[in-house]
Design a protein around this ligand. Structure first.
Ligand SMILES: Nc1nc2c(ncn2[C@@H]2O[C@H](COP(=O)(O)OP(=O)(O)OP(=O)(O)O)[C@@H](O)[C@H]2O)c(=O)[nH]1
Ligand SMILES: [Mg+2]
Length: 354
């Protein structure tokens, strides 16, 4: 699962990226994309590792991509933005980083610090980028439907959909509002439409605001969270022992990195199931409402193909009974069929035969 950090110039994207990834931007590094795979902290996995002392510990991961900020105030910047969107189209979610901190040493984008206006501007730009793509597609389809090809019927349907999408975008409504069924959702997803993707907003606030809630919730975002990228980057560089004291001083319960990761998980509708044994304890990222047989395919296609049953115990049930043996004795381990909907925190052992 990939998330792109986008935002106006100097809004704190790279600082946030450093905070989340534990990397540190090399000032000599040419401006460009950076990518980091970030472990998703999971106390349940830690508990299992205590029990099993496994050879391997594999948490779930999310990928974050840091994109250079561009000014949308001129045509050159707008063109750069469109180019960068090729990367964003391949991502599962968008994190908009906007500035709310005051600083005399960092030039303010458009000579103002206005987080809401920055989000609106980005949102409009995403709509324009989708619109451009839809117009190109419509132009192509209008030509190809004139030819008597095998795919003509499908193209006629797609053309009708794309015209509907164009109409929605022209009214500044996201693509998602113009999608009517699974076929259309599939087409829209394959185009990587930007306004189909979940958006999270990070309001990069000043030091005095770090313990406060987000100053607003934005209508275009699934979630809006506030944090100070600079302070978070500092927190990320501290040793564990110092970190706790530093957080307490600021009135914070935890590093905002954890909040960001959780929010990304929620916004995209993800959850984790766990597998454990002496070889490995591991968290697997899946979409919520996924069936057991599909979840099995995450591990290996053979397990999906030869699926017999899923042996499932909820993490909380295992912990309440100390370990797997205790959970079995308490009758908490169930055998579930193919169509069982996997829940967050399910510990699963798949039985299969190929
Ligand atoms: N005071 C303050 N300064 C910050 C904060 N976050 C970032 N900065 C500063 O703002 C400047 C820009 O930060 P970056 O993280 O490089 O911003 P960016 O969005 O990656 O910038 P571009 O990639 O050039 O668009 C740096 O000098 C940071 O030190 C913050 O929370 N508070
Ligand atoms: Mg940057």
């Amino acid at each position: 699962m990939k998330f792109a950090l986008i935002g106006p110039p100097q809004s704190g994207k790279s600082t946030l990226f450093d905070a989340v990834s534990g990397q540190r931007l090399d000032p000599t590094h040419a401006p460009g994309e950076r990518i980091a795979s970030v472990a998703v902290p999971d106390p349940r996995l830690d508990y299992l590792a205590e029990i099993y002392k496994p050879k391997k510990y594999t948490p779930a991961h999310l990928e974050f991509i840091d994109l250079p900020g561009v000014s949308l105030a001129d045509a050159h910047g707008q063109a750069e933005f469109r180019k960068a969107m090729a990367t964003v189209r391949k991502c599962d979610g968008i994190v908009m980083v906007v500035r709310a901190f005051e600083s005399d040493s960092v030039a303010a984008y458009r000579n103002r610090v206005n987080a809401k206006a920055d989000i609106d501007e980005l949102h409009t730009e995403l709509i324009f980028a989708d619109l451009e793509q839809v117009m190109n597609r419509i132009e192509k389809l209008e030509k190809s439907v004139l030819k008597p090809t095998k795919t003509r019927d499908a193209e006629i349907r797609e053309l009708a959909m794309m015209k509907r999408v164009r109409e929605a975008l022209e009214k500044e409504a996201p693509v998602s509002t113009a999608i009517h069924n699974d076929e259309e959702r599939g087409i829209a997803t394959s185009f990587g439409f930007l306004t189909l993707k979940p958006v999270l907003v990070v309001v990069n606030v000043g030091e005095s605001q770090v313990a406060a809630d987000a100053p607003f919730q934005h209508e275009h975002a699934r979630a809006t969270i506030a944090m100070s990228a600079e302070i978070e980057a500092e927190i990320a560089r501290l040793e564990d022992a110092d970190r706790t004291a530093f957080l307490a001083d600021l009135g914070l319960k935890e590093a905002a990195k954890l909040r960001l990761i959780r929010t990304c998980y929620d916004a995209v509708g993800l959850c984790s199931f766990l597998t454990c044994g002496e070889d490995e304890v591991r968290a697997w990222t899946i979409f919520r409402n996924m069936e057991a047989v599909e979840a099995a395919g995450k591990i290996h296609s053979d397990i999906q193909r030869g699926f017999i049953k899923a042996e499932v115990v909820a993490f909380d049930d295992l912990k309440a009974n100390k370990d797997m043996r205790g959970a079995k004795a308490a009758n908490k381990v169930r055998l579930e069929p193919k169509h069982y909907i996997v829940l967050d925190g399910d510990i699963i052992n798949f039985r299969f035969n190929v």
